[in-house]
Design a protein around this ligand. Structure first.
Ligand SMILES: *[C@@H]1O[C@H](CO)[C@@H](O)[C@H](O)[C@H]1NC(C)=O
Ligand SMILES: *[C@@H]1O[C@H](CO)[C@@H](O)[C@H](O)[C@H]1NC(C)=O
Ligand SMILES: *[C@@H]1O[C@H](CO)[C@@H](O)[C@H](O)[C@H]1NC(C)=O
Ligand SMILES: *[C@@H]1O[C@H](CO)[C@@H](O)[C@H](O)[C@H]1NC(C)=O
Ligand SMILES: [Zn+2]
Length: 381
């Protein structure tokens, strides 16, 4: 699968969050999910008619869309379970829609990229930490690396625990700042791993940390700016995706439906909560939760950022997959007052990327409407 060499989507916004209380009960047992026989198809359409025909067929089989972009890009990736493959292929051919099989056996690819999938990992090693950027790492390694940096560079790095996940894992933020007096400089916030299966996102967040802290030539990056980086905003989901279900996206909280757990944390933020592109069904991958900030992960993140609202000038949240820098709003095709400033900033940033060409634009315009996202927000909601 393309996950390992794709670069995550970046969402830009200036934050303003809303707060609420949490609630939860105890975990239930789960089974390992196999994607044996599942395929990923890349489907291209050339006309509006073909595109709407495709969407109808996708809806008919309730296929999961892995990647979609519009209007210019009419190529989408779809997860196609074995029982539908024949019929779906036939329907596409009848509609003159071309497709290629991108991944012939999804579980095979999962196994090759997820060797480290035992129930618990306590990586034993003689080195100070286990992090590298050639494999995906379990939470223990990521948190171990954050602790290592805080212990090794105490005047530059501090580890901040901002709360606990539903399953009581710590929610950790790394502060990188060379000023002893906190809060005097403008700050940049970056988070990763809000969606459990988007593993490249925590990998990129930890890579940014590594580049800032361990590469002396980059030290000017923190002369005038403080950094707050949270590589794994949804640690329960992240671990669950390693051990039980590679395609897990949501948190792991109990819902009103005993067989369906988790809330989409990126539909659980307060701004326009429950609007377009969200679901009230606990089994949905875009389940909004029972109320805004029902999840301890989104609540703790929001509270922390709100507490630094005067300092934090830039909010970046990393997703995968696709090469896009996406700008608010997301709840609808609507533009904040400072949209053009953010657009210019994003364009300037992606112009530096050499290997991948990024598209830049409004989230709802380029992808889909999604209310209650973390990219929330903005000064004039
Ligand atoms: C598909 O293409 C064929 C040959 O070009 C044409 O006869 C047919 O009408 C097309 N079908 C659809 C659904 O567009
Ligand atoms: C990187 O980390 C992974 C996971 O812990 C490990 O299996 C692999 O050997 C490491 N790679 C290198 C080059 O050290
Ligand atoms: C900290 O930042 C200041 C600029 O604000 C710079 O002059 C100084 O060299 C930096 N210190 C370190 C240790 O990087
Ligand atoms: C973990 O890896 C083993 C060996 O590759 C594989 O059989 C198993 O299905 C994997 N589990 C998950 C959850 O991917
Ligand atoms: Zn995502």
């Amino acid at each position: 699968m393309k996950i390992e060499n794709s670069v995550p989507i970046v969402l830009l916004a200036i934050p303003l969050f809303f707060m609420m209380k949490i609630g939860h009960t105890s975990p239930v047992e789960e089974h390992i999910v196999s994607y044996s026989g599942f395929q990923v198809w890349t489907v291209s359409t050339n006309t509006d008619e073909e595109h709407s025909a495709l969407l109808k067929i996708v809806q008919l089989y309730e296929l999961e869309v892995w990647k979609e972009a519009k209007p210019s890009n009419t190529i989408i990736d779809l997860l196609v379970p074995e029982p539908f493959q024949k019929e779906f292929g036939k329907k596409l051919s009848e509609a003159n829609i071309t497709f290629v099989i991108k991944i012939a056996d999804l579980q095979k690819v999962i196994n090759s990229e997820n060797a480290n999938n035992k129930t618990s990992t306590f990586s034993k090693s003689n080195s100070a930490h286990n992090m590298n950027w050639t494999s995906y790492h379990r939470l223990t390694d990521i948190y171990g690396y954050m602790s290592y940096l805080a212990a090794t560079y105490p005047s530059l790095v501090s580890l901040i625990n901002i709360g606990s996940s539903y399953e009581k894992r710590p929610l950790n933020v790394l502060r990188i700042s060379n000023s002893s007096s906190s809060g005097t400089k403008p700050a940049i916030w970056i988070d990763g791993g809000i969606h459990a299966r988007e593993w490249i996102s925590p990998a990129v967040a930890t890579y940014i940390i590594q580049q800032l802290v361990e590469v002396p030539a980059n030290s000017k990056m923190f002369f005038d700016v403080d950094w707050y980086i949270m590589p794994v905003m949804n640690p329960d989901g992240y671990e669950y995706a390693h051990v039980y279900n590679r395609l897990w996206r949501k948190t792991r909280s109990m819902t009103s439906s005993p067989s369906c757990r988790g809330v989409d944390p990126n539909r659980n933020f307060g701004f326009k909560w429950g609007g377009l592109g969200t679901s009230k069904h606990p089994c949905s991958n875009i389940y909004k939760g029972t109320k805004a900030f029902s999840e301890p992960e989104t609540l703790a993140t929001s509270n922390f950022i709100l507490g630094k609202a005067n300092a934090i000038k830039l909010y970046l949240t990393l997703h995968s997959y696709g090469q896009s820098a996406l700008i608010p709003w997301g709840y609808d095709v609507a533009y904040p007052n400072d949209y053009n400033d953010m657009l210019a900033l994003a364009k300037s940033a992606v112009s530096k990327f050499i290997k991948y060409k990024f598209s830049v634009g409004n989230l709802a315009a380029l992808y889909y409407r999604a209310a209650g996202g973390s990219q929330v927000t903005g000064l004039n909601p």
